[in-house]
Design a protein around this ligand. Structure first.
Ligand SMILES: Cc1cc2nc3c(=O)[nH]c(=O)nc-3n(C[C@H](O)[C@H](O)[C@H](O)COP(=O)(O)O)c2cc1C
Length: 512
């Protein structure tokens, strides 16, 4: 039961803080390719003729389709649309050094180390099996034929959504594709970059009225074996059961054959980062019983009393959203990380819409009851019409911002975001902090995974909420301990998980 030795998560977290990471020079000649390409498996084309949902992005990010809705079995066209909107290639940009294929969701360094796999029973257009999704040619490749949903049911200790879902999407991370640039921090990025994809996937599922839930409690080795992963290099991160039916699972299957297919080498050589493998191992669950025991609710938050001025959010009501929000499809196709913010204001209504609709709850096995959260949002407001400049705490339950300290903190924001211009120029910076001790006490080392993942999912929703209103956003990295100091005493003892900058973009000529 390594998962309970939580000094492992602390060790990883402390060793991968900024500043403190060793200096690292990029070996461009050894840059890994951003795709997993099976060299011997035939592609199965995914149809692309599904009409757009035309649901406003703000509605899509905030609505959650209950798992108990009527029978819902997505067909291959719908599945294809969900894959495209979460991990598809949405833009190709030429550079002197080549072409970058940008994707639907933001990813650290545009390195795209997250892959999607599908485990399905027979659905319209696709036979039961285990498939890999290849964004490079928008195709599936068959890894196993037959209904393997029972394997997932066992691995998750019969999690309720899994037992009813006709399809489960699995996200994985291939560490080297990210650690090439970010070294051991790639384990943090595994969850951030899965999170942004999952934000898109949840929004797309909601737009097409498909029940979806994030499952993070599973026997790691069972899911990794099901996908035939070389676990020193690639591991499963999350499962997303989609749809709802009584008749999906045939039987609990105990034994599965080993599979291994040839894939294209990622680069000339790969460098191993043992810290990543050790935290992954230490946060793994090893039996169905351990999974069931693990999945028992979210710790309750303990927050300092409200003592600052409160600014209730001023967001648009449901019936007005169609007028102020682009559709989800338009938003995802337009989305990109803002490379330069205009040092100008956004309105409090725009900020309220982003915050309110991004935090309406996530169906997840680590957020029980629905609406619970592991992360708190601290803001630096550089320029928002209607509220003073300053540092704020977002009271999610009160739908209000509490002013912690008033002042112009653009300089601090720029510094805290690793000395980059982006957070200093943005209108608002949203920092995700949590009580990591409390999270680890409850969930063991795996709490580290889910806390980073939740921040990544909400961060991904912030992107969609911003672009849905014609604004810009960018994920950012940060100086861990200085962020906590900046927001203290309120943030005393907390740990930083993620940072997103919001504002209006300058259409810059600079490359991304
Ligand atoms: C978690 C996360 C952290 C990021 N950190 C930075 C950062 O520190 N600086 C930066 O310029 N861009 C950052 N980005 C933006 C990525 O570089 C960008 O997502 C990637 O190049 C893909 O481009 P796109 O988002 O425009 O599609 C971050 C993105 C994410 C998702």
């Amino acid at each position: 039961m390594n998962n309970r030795k939580t000094e492992e998560a602390w060790n990883y977290h402390n060793k991968t803080k900024h500043p403190g990471m060793p200096t690292h020079y990029l070996d461009w000649a050894n840059q890994p390719i951003p795709f997993k390409i099976y060299t011997t498996l035939d592609p199965i084309e995914i149809p692309t003729d599904l009409p757009p949902s035309n649901v406003p992005a703000l509605t899509a990010i905030s609505n959650n389709v209950p798992i108990t809705s009527d029978e819902c079995i997505p067909d291959l066209r719908t599945l294809g649309r969900l894959l495209y909107l979460s991990a598809g290639i949405t833009k190709k940009v030429n550079y002197p050094g080549g072409e970058i294929h940008f994707r639907a969701a933001a990813c650290t360094g545009a390195l795209y180390h997250i892959d999607l796999y599908i485990v399905t029973r027979d659905i319209e257009g696709l036979e039961a099996g285990v498939y890999h999704f290849g964004p490079h040619d928008f195709s599936l490749r068959t890894l196993r034929k037959g209904n393997f949903l029972g394997v997932i049911m066992s691995a998750t200790g019969e999690e309720s959504a899994i037992t009813k879902a006709p399809i489960t999407i699995i996200t994985t991370s291939t560490f080297w594709r990210n650690s090439w640039k970010y070294q051991s921090r790639a384990f943090r990025h595994t969850f951030w970059d899965s999170g942004t994809i999952l934000a898109n996937l949840l929004a797309a599922a909601s737009a097409y009225k498909i029940p979806a839930k994030i499952i993070t409690g599973f026997v790691d080795s069972t899911i990794n074996n099901l996908l035939g992963l070389d676990t020193n290099r690639e591991v499963a991160v999350s499962l997303v059961p989609l749809g709802d039916t009584e008749k999906s699972i045939q039987a609990k299957s105990e034994e599965i054959e080993t599979i291994s297919y040839e894939t294209m080498p990622l680069s000339k050589k790969e460098i191993d980062y043992p810290l990543i493998r050790s935290i992954h191992q230490a946060s793994s669950l090893t039996s169905e019983e351990e999974v069931k025991e693990w999945r028992t609710g979210t710790p309750e938050s303990t927050l300092p009393e409200i003592s600052g001025r409160l600014f209730p959010l001023d967001y648009n009501q449901d019936k007005e959203i169609g007028q102020i929000s682009k559709t989800l499809e338009e938003t995802i196709l337009k989305r990109g990380s803002t490379r330069q913010f205009a040092q100008t204001s956004i309105t409090f209504k725009q900020l309220s819409n982003i915050l309110y609709h991004s935090t309406s709850g996530i169906h997840a096995d680590f957020l029980i009851p629905f609406g619970s959260t592991l992360n708190y949002m601290y803001l630096i407001v550089n320029d928002v019409e209607g509220i003073p400049k300053g540092a704020y705490f977002y009271h999610h339950n009160e739908n209000a911002l509490e002013l912690l300290k008033e002042g112009d903190f653009r300089g601090d924001a720029g510094y805290l975001g690793l000395g980059q211009d982006i957070p200093g120029d943005a209108s608002v910076d949203v920092f995700f902090l949590n009580d990591l001790n409390q999270v680890l006490e409850k969930f063991g080392n795996r709490g580290y995974r889910v806390a980073e993942l939740e921040a990544g999912i909400i961060g991904g929703k912030l992107y969609l909420g911003a672009y849905g209103q014609g604004l810009g956003a960018s994920g950012l990295t940060f100086f861990d301990d200085d962020v906590v100091r900046f927001f203290s005493p309120h943030a005393e003892g907390k740990s930083v998980m993620f940072l997103v900058a919001l504002g209006k973009s300058v259409k810059s000529k600079s490359s991304r």
